[in-house]
Design a protein around this ligand. Sequence first.
Ligand SMILES: Nc1ncnc2c1ncn2[C@@H]1O[C@H](COP(=O)(O)OP(=O)(O)O)[C@@H](O)[C@H]1O
Ligand SMILES: O=C(O)[C@@H](CO)OP(=O)(O)O
Ligand SMILES: [Mg+2]
Length: 415
Amino acid sequence: MKNLREDAFRIIKGSIDFVLPEKAVQQELEKLSLDDNIHIVAIGKAAWRMAKAAKDFLKDKVKDGIVITKHGHSQGTIEGLQIYEAGHPIPDENTIKATKKAIELVQNLREDDVVLFLVSGGGSALFELPADDLTLENIKNVTDMLLKSGANIVEINTVRKHLSRVKGGNFAKLVEPAKIYSLVLSDVLGDRLDSIASGPAYPDSTTIKDVEKIIKKYDLQLSEEILQTLKKETPKHLNNVETRIIGSVTKVCESAAKIAQSLGYNTMILTTTLDCEAKEAGSFLAAIVREEKERERPLNTPCAIILGGETVVHVRGNGKGGRNQELVLSAARGIKGYQGVLIASVGTDGTDGPTDAAGGIVDGETVNRLQGKGIDVENVLNDNDSYHALQSIDGLVITGPTGTNVNDLTFILCN
Ligand SMILES: Nc1ncnc2c1ncn2[C@@H]1O[C@H](COP(=O)(O)OP(=O)(O)O)[C@@H](O)[C@H]1O
Ligand SMILES: O=C(O)[C@@H](CO)OP(=O)(O)O
Ligand SMILES: [Mg+2]
């Protein structure tokens, strides 16, 4: 019999290590062979590691630069670069301060200057200067409302792009006439470049008509000043940008599959675009487990079934949790009583929702163990309180900030 839990942690650690950004950044820089006069602007949860890799590779070719990452995600100084930490998923004062510094750095550049723009998810909250007369408070309120609405990241960023001086291609305009080379670690399904970190240096494919539809769909109650700003279009054409994607959820799924195979599991990647409500995804995964346990389908055991994606949570309760924790807890309901099975789900950035956990792990005993502690799973799910429930039964996965960010990895292991 395999030790499923031990193997699950090996798969999680090994596959995240595989998508750390250093190698990918340096391989791309080798191909680009940039001249001198390089200015680094790195934003997102992986910004520090991306910038460090770039600086180590380009050395004195880098004139100056700035890193803007999430609180707790900096790993120290990088020679010649300013380092800022700021609020995520809700922006804070540091977001504005650091973004102003980044603009100062690029706004008087000449045609022969190059901005190396290192982009990763989280950039939307970390890189922001509100448009018109909007304040940080305005942006915080809209962000909070959008994050709780059940809207997906493409929809959320469609609204955010139209409220900003840097998002939706506006940053590239500020950099003109200098050229931008943009290296992007994707945490948006389908690798939509105008959505990742709200595409500061990518032509925006979304319009104010799309914004109107989203406001209606999620019944967003927005103030008059916000509605006024949302009437202005973002840039649809940019002439000074070249963009490359250097990592995505596909890679993390493929490396998880390789590791599972090497541990002796029959392996299948079921999808890399799981994007429904977290609770529904959990029910679906439980159904797959039951099929495995009853009929050994779709794979012979021992098996690993791997999924990548980013589910959504319509937060209605007052509890603490994240989409991965909610997904596995929901799945636990449907695998109650089965032996030799495990379901794990983690955010590759190491943070699932506003918690210190990357995600969670459940098995056939989870629901009984919770019951033994007087905890009812349905109540927990209704209150979006997956963190405390999983914490009480040692069901959290804690990795700390990983320095990368390529969506979420979910998998089933069956003996
Ligand atoms: N109590 C909760 N339970 C489940 N999900 C939550 C809870 N609170 C917030 N969330 C979800 O967490 C998301 C933000 O999580 P986070 O891991 O920071 O996202 P990302 O990795 O995409 O940056 C929000 O969009 C929200 O839907
Ligand atoms: O910054 C953003 O807009 C999103 C997508 O790139 O990232 P995160 O979900 O990590 O905030
Ligand atoms: Mg995300």
